[in-house]
Design a protein around this ligand. Structure first.
Ligand code: ARG
Length: 619
């Protein structure tokens, strides 16, 4: 089934066409959830904006539109009311909502809650996580990793073909240094990959840096290693392989623990593009170097020029004004090759983007990185568009490029989160602490006769793992991603408020109602009947799930989903207080309410799964 917003949108477009002729189909009816329940469930504000065009008072336009709504619309909602200057207020019919919920078939492994997949599935590349090899992951990588994963899950749920890409930083001059140091310090490491730990690598890297500054000979050896690496010298490649392997041994388990669906196969690190950089640069230089003719209608033109020995891409608007400027106001180019011939982060991103569009067939490419990279991606995207890479032959539309920036995680002192000694917080340590804290809370509950569940030790650890990791993820995903947020253990682990434990608890609680319901009667969940206001509010919220997914996917804003789930759990709690379920007044009411319970639980479970958070049957 389609979301309510999509259905109403279609009905209103029909009405607009009836009133205005063909041009009405192009008008957006602006269907929104009503700001206030007293005015209905949804509203359309389109009448006000059409008044001039139709030379009629807005209320009159609204009246004509309401009259022109197709009969199906009136099976779905009460006759719409016109309010104030011309708002059209829409109130869903209880029977219609009940019938919709009855249509949702039983839960299956791939529970879609009756939501139709996208009519035109796209191939979407999602680039996220991207840790730097030979370094431990720190909190800085948390956001990209979990926001990206949730975006990938949501787009998959919508029915798109999602290709995850882990653009790990595994290439570049730093590896020359590291390899030079490693082969000198631990010649045996080349033969025994597991003998060097990621933490050692990090220390070596620091030592190698210091060494290179003091010892010109070492500096020279490091430089020679970079060249050897680029030439794929076997010994150098072996050392590089270990470093990459050891890094994987570090980050793959972190993904598993976080419930992040990135595997080794999703890794396309910078090294993957090393052989394509030369060609990418040559193409840009040939097509946009001095003397080329710019396509006349392009919204952005590029020229490729040498500037102080470096090869640069300059971007200009059709009238010749520069698109990017440095703080001094001068044109600011994207450098694609340094004067010493070395390629840069940007060169790799250009090669990667071309690969994703032409070889992976991407209709959309999404990059999840911190907000400091905004300008980098703006420039990369502008280059790709101007070069025509985004217009893939045979594709229905231009490839859409999205950068999804996010803010920083702050400590309680409102400065970027650091350990007490001022270092970056290691992600692995952070997750351990989350689980330890959650375990302490579960054990405290087990020690309290009023709250005890009688968990075994294994169960306690399992609950603690799910709650601890879920709390960290949820605290992050529930933020407006663009803002910084303050990391607070107490807040994220609280059983009250907009937290993972609260939602997980709501889910477990509904499951326990079902367990008890199943024990005392053989009544199967029955047709939904919507009578009480609390039933209505809950039913409407369940039916909104489809439009929330649409909104979250369109704006790549996961907090729309977390806010929704929080509201759903709250409405459920109210319903449960006001409407007896197992002791309902009639068998029909009991069956209907059990069904509402079941649908709520499924929505919570699917929603949490889209966040990559586990649901527990007992908690
Ligand atoms: N390794 C990069 C970093 O740590 C992130 C890579 C993001 N993806 C990309 N295609 N540039 O900042």
């Amino acid at each position: 089934m389609k979301s309510i917003v999509v259905l109403l949108d279609a009905f209103f477009r029909q009405a607009l066409t009836a009133v205005m002729g063909d041009q009405g189909r192009q008008v957006d009816p602006v269907i929104r959830p009503a700001g206030d329940d007293r005015f209905g469930d949804y509203q359309s504000n389109v009448a006000m904006s059409l008044a001039k065009r139709l030379s009629a008072a807005p209320r009159e336009v609204a009246r004509r539109l309401v009259e022109a709504l197709p009969p199906e619309a009136l099976a779905m909602c009460e006759p719409p009311e016109i309010a104030g200057p011309g708002f059209i207020n829409i109130r869903l019919r209880g029977e219609w909502m009940a019938a919709r919920l009855d249509e949702v078939s039983a839960a299956s492994a791939n529970d879609r809650l009756g939501i139709e997949p996208a009519a035109e599935p796209q191939t979407v590349v999602v680039d996220y996580s991207g840790p730097n090899i030979a370094k431990q992951m720190h909190v800085g990588h948390l956001r990209s990793t979990i926001i990206g994963d949730s975006i990938a899950r949501i787009l998959e749920f919508e029915g798109h073909r999602v290709i995850r890409q882990n653009h790990v930083g595994d290439w570049g001059t730093q590896f020359g240094m590291l390899i030079a140091y490693l082969t000198e310090k631990l010649p045996a490491a080349a033969a025994a990959p597991s003998s060097v730990h990621i933490a050692d690598l990090e220390a070596f890297y620091r030592e190698a840096n210091a060494r290179a500054r003091e010892d010109p000979e070492f500096h020279e050896r490091a430089r020679a290693r970079v060249v050897a690496l680029h030439n794929r010298d076997p010994e150098t490649m072996r050392a590089w392989q270990y470093i990459v392997e050891e890094s994987r041994r570090h980050y793959l388990p972190i993904y598993a623990r976080l419930g992040v669906r990135l595997t080794r196969e999703d890794e396309r690190g910078e090294s993957f593009y090393a052989d394509r950089l030369e060609g990418t640069v040559a193409e840009l230089r040939q097509r946009f170097g001095p003397g080329h003719a710019a396509p006349p209608d392009a919204p952005c033109r590029i020229t490729v020029e040498l500037s102080q020995g470096a090869l640069c891409v300059f971007h200009t608007a059709p009238d010749g004004t520069p698109l990017f400027r440095n703080p001094e106001g001068e044109p600011f180019p994207l450098i694609i090759r340094k004067s010493d011939g070395a390629f840069l982060y940007a060169t790799t991103d250009l090669a990667a983007l071309k690969y994703r569009i032409t070889e992976l067939g991407a209709d959309r490419v999404i990059y999840v990185t911190d907000a400091r990279q905004c300008q980098h991606f703006e420039m990369v995207f502008a280059t790709a568009r101007a070069a025509g890479w985004t217009r893939r032959p045979g594709a229905a539309a231009e490839t859409r490029l999205d950068h999804v920036p996010f803010g920083s995680i702050l400590g309680e002192d409102r400065r970027p989160l650091k350990t007490r000694s001022g270092e970056n917080v290691k992600l692995a340590d952070l997750l351990d602490e989350a689980v330890n804290r959650a375990e302490a809370l579960v054990r405290a509950a087990e020690a309290d006769p009023a709250r005890r569940r009688g968990f075994t030790d294994d169960e306690i650890r399992d609950v603690a793992e799910a709650v601890g990791i879920g709390a960290v993820k949820y605290a992050d995903l529930s933020q407006n991603r663009q803002s910084d947020y303050v990391f607070s253990w107490d807040r994220m682990l609280a059983l009250e408020g907009n937290t993972a434990p609260y939602l997980m608890y709501a889910y477990a609680r509904i499951r326990s109602i079902h367990r008890r319901g199943g024990e005392t009667a053989d009544l199967s969940d029955g047709p939904v009947r919507i009578e009480q206001p609390a039933e209505r509010a809950l039913a409407r919220q369940i039916l909104r799930f489809a439009e929330i997914i649409e909104g979250a996917a369109a704006g790549l804003r996961i907090n729309l989903l977390t806010d929704y789930l929080y509201e759903l759990a709250g409405l459920f709690m109210k319903f449960y207080e006001q409407c007896p379920v197992l002791k309902a007044e009639s068998d029909a009411a009991r069956a209907s309410r059990l069904r509402l319970c079941e649908l709520t639980a499924r929505t919570l479970r699917v929603g949490l799964d889209l966040l990559g958070i586990r649901s527990l049957e007992r908690m």
